[in-house]
Design a protein around this ligand. Structure first.
Ligand SMILES: Cc1cc2nc3c(=O)[nH]c(=O)nc-3n(C[C@H](O)[C@H](O)[C@H](O)COP(=O)(O)O)c2cc1C
Length: 358
């Protein structure tokens, strides 16, 4: 395996991870849905945003830290919720949580984790949020929320862009399934929550049979009624939905198209972000993910009004290459890159990053 010290960018980590991973696992991680065009458009939309950098500003000291819903972030980024991390590395989500604790970058733990949420919460000083998929069986949903709150998670992220699973052709072709020995650990305790038979992608079949495609705004009220935790909605791309989330008492929204894994025809995150920012009128924070590859993309997101970004696949590449150390290095690369981009844009603090840069 390459020395992680020689891997300088998220894309270097991706190439190394490709060597390290089973083909079907790499395909599961990297894939978008259908023709996979949105993944490219996510990237292209960030690239299209040109920064009008300021000059002759003293940027010898830069403070990149920020606060978000009671958490202190070393720089405006978090780790996106991603399923099945023991496919990337045997220690899986525990390694990601340890890297989160070491770096201070908060982690959003997926409902579909391979390690139980309580065990992940046992990692000292890891700042954690819990991502919720709403099950058709409301008792399971309710129990997951109560377990997350009891275990010390600091917020609940309800994913709302997946009433059904997007079609990932590689997973169908590979008949993708969890290898023996790996489970959806958060769900193990519920009756009838094991594998489902499928000729194609097991995950797709699981969504068809267990997830709730009938979820509406009323259910968001119900979820909020069950917990004191702040509730954020993930997968918002419209101003009217963002406004409705704020009206409904949500604590934040995440502009996301699931990394191009749901509706391939959906709008690129960077193009949706301004409308969502306008929709919430500063009432609640707006986060964004999808194709964040460079520090300059974080700068661009903040210039458009986001409070922070979520980093997705590159975390899995770090995990696959070197476990906890790999995730730490990937996070360091983002932080260094963001700091440099901020300095080069002529900003001494992240409060200097605003729409005037675009
Ligand atoms: C392998 C993989 C698994 C994911 N699992 C989940 C999940 O369980 N819940 C969720 O809300 N989003 C999930 N996502 C979407 C991410 O949270 C995030 O929106 C997306 O990956 C961001 O795009 P990026 O990978 O281009 O950074 C997953 C994404 C990937 C790549």
């Amino acid at each position: 395996m390459d020395d992680p010290g020689n891997l300088l960018t998220p894309n270097d980590f991706r190439k190394a991870a490709r060597q390290a991973l089973e083909r079907s696992a790499y395909d599961y991680f990297i894939s978008g849905s259908d023709a996979q065009k949105l993944k490219r458009r996510n990237r292209a939309a960030w690239d299209a945003l040109e920064i009008r950098h300021r000059v002759l500003v003293d940027v010898s000291k830069v403070d990149t830290s920020t606060e978000l819903l009671g958490l202190k972030l070393p720089f405006p980024a978090m780790i996106a919720p991603m399923a099945y991390q023991r496919l990337a590395h045997p220690v899986g989500e525990l390694a990601t949580a340890r890297a989160s604790a070491a770096s201070g970058v908060p982690l959003v733990v997926s409902t579909m984790a391979n390690v139980a949420l309580e065990e992940i919460a046992g990692v000292k000083r890891a700042p954690l949020w819990f991502q919720l998929y709403c099950h058709r069986d409301r008792e399971i949903t309710k129990d997951l929320i109560q377990r997350a709150e009891a275990a010390g998670y600091r917020a609940l992220v309800v994913t709302v862009d997946a009433p059904v699973l997007g079609r990932r052709l590689a997973d169908e072709r590979n008949a993708f399934d969890l290898p023996k020995g790996l489970t959806r650990a958060n769900l193990d305790r519920y009756a009838g929550s094991g594998s489902v038979a499928s000729d194609g992608s097991e995950l797709a079949e699981l969504f068809r049979t267990r997830q709730d495609a009938s979820l509406t705004w009323d259910d968001i009220d119900w979820i909020r009624s069950l917990t004191k935790l702040p509730v954020l909605l993930k997968g918002i791309v419209r101003g009217d939905d963002a406004k409705r989330a704020a009206d409904a008492g949500c604590a934040g929204v995440i502009v996301s198209n699931h990394g191009g894994r749901q509706l391939d025809a959906s709008i690129a995150s960077a193009r949706a972000l301004p409308e969502v920012v306008a929709g919430v009128e500063d009432r609640i924070p707006v986060l964004v993910d999808g194709g964040i590859e460079w520090g300059a993309d974080i700068l661009r997101a903040l210039a458009l009004g986001a409070k922070a970004v979520l980093i997705g696949r590159p975390i899995l590449w770090g995990l696959a290459v070197a476990g906890e150390a790999g995730v730490r290095r990937v996070l360091e690369i983002y932080q260094e890159d963001f700091t440099r981009a901020t300095q080069l844009a002529g900003c001494a603090s992240i409060t200097d990053i605003d729409s005037d840069l675009l």
